[in-house]
Write a protein that binds this ligand. Structure first.
Ligand code: FE2
Ligand code: FE2
Length: 223
């Protein structure tokens, strides 16, 4: 049944539409580039990196939770690979934090985004939320964070993000696109995927603003 009255579309068409929507919303954040100087003057790099560690840890943990309970083999392997990649990002960022004289801090309570993701019951929602959407949000956040690091003169952190982390986050989003095209091939799957995408977009901001103590939201790194 086509509940919205619009014509039925293929999984590929659905992903193209959702990709355009998500990136249109995320590109609004480029406005933050105009305020980088101000952000740098107020920033605490160690605090930002601790926020990044939390996002990477949660991204790794949620992917790990889904590996043994995902029947679709392609998605299961993608979650397993992502789990390892995010754990590697955690290790790299923790090393950089130590170089700057910081420590990782204690394990915090799960974010709203983590609680939401861990309650998702279908593979199509999990892929839509955690790979397709959160990875796009993370990629965009990291792009802005790299500009922030360069403005702050922290070339080592900028390089870490540009060369080691961003290629993985881009790939995670692309896995999300490919899997979603397979999994969201009919109206009901598309409806629940769309809802998961919209909810994730709103909760991802909440996680990032918490990480930054409600400052500098646009430049807090993602996962
Ligand atoms: Fe990622
Ligand atoms: Fe990551």
């Amino acid at each position: 049944m086509n509940r919205g009255g619009a014509r039925a579309c293929s999984g590929t068409e659905f992903v193209a539409e959702m990709t355009a929507t998500v990136w249109q919303l995320l590109d609004v954040r480029d406005a933050a580039l105009a305020h980088l100087k101000d952000a740098v003057s107020r920033a605490d790099m160690k605090e930002l990196l601790r926020g990044a560690l939390r996002a990477e840890l949660e991204a790794s943990e949620i992917a790990a939770l889904w590996v043994p309970v995902t029947p679709e083999l392609g998605a299961r392997i993608a979650f397993a690979r992502q789990c390892g990649d995010e754990a590697r990002h955690y290790t790299l960022i923790e090393r950089r934090l130590h170089e700057l004289g910081g420590v990782a801090g204690v394990r915090e309570a799960p974010s709203k985004l983590f609680r939401y993701l861990s309650g998702l019951g279908t593979t199509v929602e999990r892929v839509a939320a955690a790979q397709f959407t959160r990875e796009a949000v993370g990629y965009k956040a990291n792009e802005l964070f790299i500009a922030f690091c360069e403005e702050a003169g922290d070339r080592a952190t900028a390089r870490l993000y540009r060369e080691e982390i961003q290629p993985d986050e881009k790939r995670h989003h692309e896995w999300g696109q490919n899997l979603l095209a397979e999994l969201a091939a009919e109206p009901h799957a598309q409806a629940i995927a769309r809802q998961a995408i919209l909810t994730t977009l709103s909760l991802a901001d909440d996680l990032r603003s918490l990480a930054a103590g409600r400052m500098l939201v646009e430049t807090v790194p993602g996962c």
